[in-house]
Design a protein around this ligand. Structure first.
Ligand code: G4P
Length: 528
């Protein structure tokens, strides 16, 4: 098959949601449709329920599972679908942000009763900033929840999206009767008594058709007609606008009951984007270019505790990736060959000879890769868009066992490459500071340093509100010199040697920015 055809038929996306909205359940139902799994319950949720370290450790123990679910691939109607897993837990938000750099579109799952939640807001904002096409799935329609219009309003306001419903619920909770599919103009009835999905779809081209009254009763039919008339105030669906990230279609359903999922999937394969061009520091790369290029968006460490190897997840941007072929690791200028690249399927990984744009390959790594690294056939260029975000929690990290300082350094180094947290070195005294998105990571780092590297560390509190990457308009200006002198105590370098300013409060950040207007302070490491 030609590379063009392979690109055309690929859809690589992520499902994002606040924990418990139904991401795992929906993923599983999508896999069932694709015939990739045979029974429900096959996809293990890797979520952390109470935010306890013990949960994380448990997940670590089951790492085989979580690696397998990092990428779930299946075929549906000739389309190759790659779902990239995104942790919902807020402490792992950065992992999710990075995974979002490797998706071509997303599905946002929202709980009908809870509406838009904190994590949904954060993740959608990242997608919105990058114009990633989004489809919204409102889940748990079998439960009492918010009115459909109220929810659509909430999504527009809180998430700053422009929505258009492509399906509409008929009742909800106890009275949930089914869904009118605006996209395909048919009705799908939900059998309330058995709570089981029926696959019967009834074509209703014309809403005035009395068959609708027979199917759902006159009252419900009239309400539906009125609601659909009201729903006409929403913009007409335009695929172009959806692809540009300017319009978000909405579906309703119940993942648990496998209801409304097929409608979502059918529409998804029709409208969702194939692999898209990606910007690098020198040019925009198109997927159908002859030469292979790709970038690392995730690193999974130490799958086998006996061999300290890691798996680097590479998204293929262009060309064809082939086994045993030397590729340039642009950052360190080395050519590397991979004898056993992994491709991912529903529940397993397998060695592959060849992969296409949109696909993810897992490369065994002995410490060469960092998140954000680019691989090419020789071209000197780096993909943009795997930024670090300002951490929320900061602590000094100290060596608790002087005999093991080498192990500690190595452990910290590798964990940082994996993106578990960020390391900063204070300019003034060279002390090391760990910054994380969630408090949970500190315990995870301590545990992993001890168990995987035989090193032990101690933390010491440090009062930092945000870490900001510093960009002076003119590095030689007196203003920048004064900034560096006055703020010397609060300056550090990140792992790439970029200058970072530690603000101890929102107020001091504001004051600093207004005092030094020509020294820009950014919350994201990649600001150019
Ligand atoms: P997540 O990955 O987004 O965190 O959510 P997950 O799919 O694990 O779903 C969270 C809970 O919501 C699960 O219940 C799941 O069964 C339930 N759920 C998902 N979809 C629906 C739906 O359409 N209707 C209803 N009523 N419930 C739904 P749980 O009790 O937390 O877990 P479990 O013990 O059932 O697995």
């Amino acid at each position: 098959m030609s590379i063009k055809r392979e690109i055309e038929r690929r859809r690589t996306f992520g499902i994002i949601s606040h924990p418990d909205a139904g991401k795992t359940t929906l993923t599983e139902k999508l896999l069932l449709f694709g015939g990739a799994i045979q029974e429900a319950g096959a996809v293990k949720s890797n979520k952390i329920k109470k935010g306890a370290t013990s949960d994380f450790m448990e997940i670590e123990r089951q790492r085989g599972i979580s690696v397998a679910t990092s990428v779930l691939a299946f075929e549906y109607e000739g389309i190759k679908i790659n779902i990239l897993d995104t942790p919902g837990h807020k402490d792992f938000a950065e992992d999710t942000f990075r995974t979002l750099t490797a998706v071509d579109s997303v599905i946002v799952v929202i709980d009908v009763a809870k509406g838009v939640e904190a994590q949904t807001e954060k993740l959608v904002e990242v997608c919105r900033m990058r114009n990633i096409p989004m489809i919204v799935f409102i889940n748990k329609m079998d439960r009492e929840g918010k009115d459909a219009f109220e929810l659509l309003d909430e999504i527009e306001q809180k998430l700053n999206l422009r929505v258009t419903p492509l399906s509409f619920p008929i009742g909800m909770g106890y009275d949930f009767r089914g869904i009118y599919n605006i996209w395909e103009k048919n009705v799908n009835l939900f059998s309330g008594s058995s709570r089981k999905n029926i696959e019967e779809t009834i074509e209703i081209e014309d809403l005035a058709n009395p068959e609708l009254d027979q199917l759902i009763g006159t009252d419900a039919a009239d309400t539906l007609r009125e609601e659909l008339e009201l729903a006409e105030i929403y913009p007409k669906f335009s695929r172009e606008e959806y692809l540009e990230g300017k319009l978000q279609p909405v579906f309703f359903g119940s993942a648990l009951n496998n209801f409304g999922v097929r409608e979502l999937l059918d529409c998804f394969v029709e409208i969702a984007p194939k692999p898209r061009p990606k910007e690098s520091d020198t040019r925009v790369v198109k997927p159908d270019e002859k030469d292979f290029t790709g970038f690392v968006f995730k690193i999974h460490a130490n799958m086998d505790p006996k061999h300290r190897d890691r798996l680097a997840f590479v998204k293929i941007v262009s060309g064809v990736f082939e086994r045993n072929t030397p590729y340039l690791h642009v950052r360190n200028g080395k050519k590397l060959k991979f004898s056993s690249p992994n491709a991912f399927f529903a529940e397993k990984k397998q060695i592959v000879d060849i992969s296409y744009p949109g696909d993810i390959v897992g490369l065994h790594d002995t410490g060469n890769f960092k998140i954000g690294d680019t691989l090419t056939e020789g071209e000197e260029m780096n993909y943009k868009g795997v930024p670090s975000f300002s951490p929320e929690h900061f602590k000094y990290i100290n060596n608790a066992d002087p005999m093991k300082s080498k192990q500690l350094d190595k452990g910290i180094d590798q964990l940082m490459d994996e993106g578990v947290a960020q390391l900063f070195t204070l300019e003034l005294n060279g002390r090391k500071v760990i910054g994380t998105v969630g408090a949970l990571q500190f315990e995870v780092i301590q545990y992993r340093l001890e168990h995987e590297y035989g090193a032990s560390c101690r933390y010491e509190n440090l009062n930092v509100h945000k870490a900001c990457w510093v960009e002076p308009d003119n590095p030689k200006s007196d203003e920048f010199k004064e900034f560096k002198r006055v703020k010397a105590k609060f300056l550090a370098k990140d792992k790439r040697d970029q200058l970072v300013f530690f603000a101890d409060s929102a107020f001091s950040l504001q004051m600093t920015q207004s005092k030094y207007p020509n020294v820009k302070l950014h919350f994201v490491s990649e600001y150019k």
